[in-house]
Ligand binder design. Structure first.
Ligand SMILES: *Cc1c(COP(=O)(O)O)cnc(C)c1O
Length: 345
């Protein structure tokens, strides 16, 4: 890594589509099997994707159970988020397919979310509007043996430091639609065309050379690391089984998630509130996050008077447990024991 950094600093080309960014885009395109371009963050990729399909002055359907960046990106791209509930049936934590079916005709685009490493499984039928996916946390996850990037018109990933595959800050956009990729590239660079004219309003969403160099290194052992992480998550899930009132998120059928966090849900039978459990875990040195929240309840989106029972229940019960590559049996045992003691204590 240090020689790469030295080379970048010596060359003077630290950004603006330099050789590392180009090499990283080529490597990701090959790895994912679909044209991919990179950004300064997942959020930048999200906004560019939404601007590239031109959602301005239109409504965009998205789940409420997601990170705030999802609806924020719609607003920053000039659209209006229309929230929907998540699927009550299989508890995939993804956009409810029935709501999607009923409502997609009335919106300009759909921005589905792949939460935690789980993939949204879209119903198969020909869509008349762009279906987009915020797959920020789910790089490397598979669904139905489909290349995970072939479910929608376009999809983005985040390479933020908190995500399993990281370039410190960074993101990517994938699409088979060459024109969409071309527009997103222009938007990423202030909207400037080759002749200097701006037909669309863009912003600065460019990835730094040093981030691309980190990404290239991460790709080298990603296969090993992503397996190790999936293995850690399945052992953590096994360790947490059989605790009354603690529901551990299952892997949806046909999927191979690379979990960023393993969500667990504190149900009434646990006998303690979710917030008390989080505080007691923190007291034992176990960092657990309250993530995601119900976005329709955030102050900036409240006032719509909408209710989403599944989202509200999940957001009130969820605890996101960190998953690492190479979690040891002792670490997993300690976490599982903590939940047992907190429940009985
Ligand atoms: C992490 C995340 C983002 C934001 O990605 P950044 O790279 O941090 O900008 C957006 N959406 C979801 C669902 C995320 O989990």
């Amino acid at each position: 890594m240090l020689p790469d950094l030295q080379r970048i600093l010596n060359s003077g080309q630290v950004t603006n589509n330099g050789p590392f960014v180009q090499q990283f885009e080529t490597a990701l395109t090959k790895h994912l099997g679909i044209p991919t371009i990179v950004f300064s963050s997942g959020m930048a990729a999200l906004i560019a994707m939404l601007r590239a399909v031109d959602v301005a002055r239109g409504q965009v359907l998205c789940p409420s159970f997601t990170f705030a960046a999802t609806p924020h990106a719609i607003v920053l791209a000039g659209g209006t988020p229309v929230f929907a509930d998540v699927d009550p049936e299989n508890l995939s934590l993804c956009l409810d397919p029935q709501l999607f079916r009923n409502r997609y005709r009335y919106v300009k685009a759909v921005l589905a979310v792949d939460p935690y490493g789980i993939c949204w499984d879209p119903p198969d039928w020909p869509y008349t509007i762009p279906i987009l996916i915020d797959s920020a946390p789910s790089f490397g996850s598979d669904v139905r043996d489909l290349p995970p990037v072939d479910r929608a018109a376009a999809q983005i990933f985040s390479f933020h430091a908190t995500k399993p595959f990281s370039t410190m800050e960074g993101g990517a956009l994938c699409s088979r639609d060459e024109d969409l990729i071309r527009r997103a590239k222009v938007i990423r660079n202030f909207g400037q065309e080759a002749d200097g004219d701006c037909a669309v309003v863009g912003f600065n969403g460019k990835m730094l050379e040093v981030c691309a160099a980190v990404g290239l290194r991460q790709l080298e052992d990603w296969g090993f690391r992503s397996h190790s992480r999936s293995w850690s998550a399945s052992r953590l899930r096994e360790g947490l089984r059989g605790i009354e009132g603690l529901r551990v998120q299952e892997t949806p059928p046909g999927q191979r998630p690379v979990w960023v966090y393993l969500p667990v849900f504190i149900e009434p039978e646990f006998g303690k509130s979710r917030d008390d459990v989080v505080a007691e875990l923190a007291g034992r040195g176990i960092q657990a996050r309250i993530y995601y929240r119900a976005c329709h309840e955030l102050s900036c989106y409240a006032g719509n008077n909408v209710r989403f029972p599944v989202t509200e229940r999940l957001a009130a019960q969820v605890i996101s447990l960190s998953v690492y590559d190479n979690m040891t049996g002792d670490e997993i045992g300690y976490i599982a024991q903590a939940f047992r003691e907190i429940r009985n204590g």
